[in-house]
Design a protein around this ligand. Structure first.
Ligand SMILES: [Zn+2]
Length: 207
């Protein structure tokens, strides 16, 4: 199976820069419907979180599965291995730095994968509401892939190295068959439309 084309990737990049991806919109509207008021991409905060609730000092990021090393959906590109390998580890390093620095400044940082947001929107929104209301619990484990290398010439088996978001230490190494199980924007859109139809005009406002 062919990995995404360069064009698709640059389109995705464009969306990322615009900060207006489908998962971000889905999460924002779920929060809005629950009475949460927020700022988008505030320039004064490190990493410009996708959503920031200043009063409660809660910063929310929606991390793209490919760019940030989702253990379920990262697909190792077969070409330009070195470039993409470095890209992944530098993205994960930047995520860690942003998270730790914000936390050191008293912010609660919640990072969700785009797949989580699309598959379990209400759960993600609930987690954010809890963070807004409750004093800080310990952050939950946040495994992400930092390196994926082929272990055979054909590249059909991969060795995958996982770190936790908040530490550089490798927490797990696993070997498994290459997966190309990607998150597909079109499927997401369909899912979101179906969900919108099901929920109709229901609005639960939580203050
Ligand atoms: Zn994912």
């Amino acid at each position: 199976m062919k990995s995404s084309t360069t064009r698709t990737r640059s389109e995705i990049m464009g969306q990322i820069r615009a900060g207006n991806t489908t998962p971000e919109r889905v999460l924002r509207s779920a929060l809005w419907a629950r009475g949460v008021r927020y700022r988008l991409h505030p320039g004064n905060l490190l990493g410009r979180p996708d959503v920031a609730i200043a009063r409660a000092k809660v910063a929310v990021f929606v991390d793209g599965c490919f760019w940030h090393g989702c253990p379920r959906h990262y697909v190792r590109p077969r070409t330009r291995a070195e470039f993409w390998g470095e890209k992944l580890s530098s993205n994960v390093g930047r995520d860690r730095q942003q998270t730790l620095e914000l936390e050191a400044n008293g912010w609660r940082v919640l990072r969700f994968w785009e797949c989580e947001v699309l598959e379990r929107t209400a759960d993600c929104a609930r987690e954010i509401l809890l963070a807004i209301r409750a004093p800080a619990p310990r952050p939950k484990p946040a495994p992400r892939l930092v390196r994926v290398v082929p272990v055979c010439d054909a590249g059909s088996v991969e060795r995958r190295f996982l770190v936790d978001l908040r530490s550089e230490e490798i927490i797990r190494v696993e070997e498994r068959r290459r997966t190309t199980h990607k998150v597909r924007a079109a499927e997401h859109q369909k899912m979101v439309r179906a969900r919108a139809r099901r929920s109709g005009s229901h609005r639960a406002t939580v203050s």
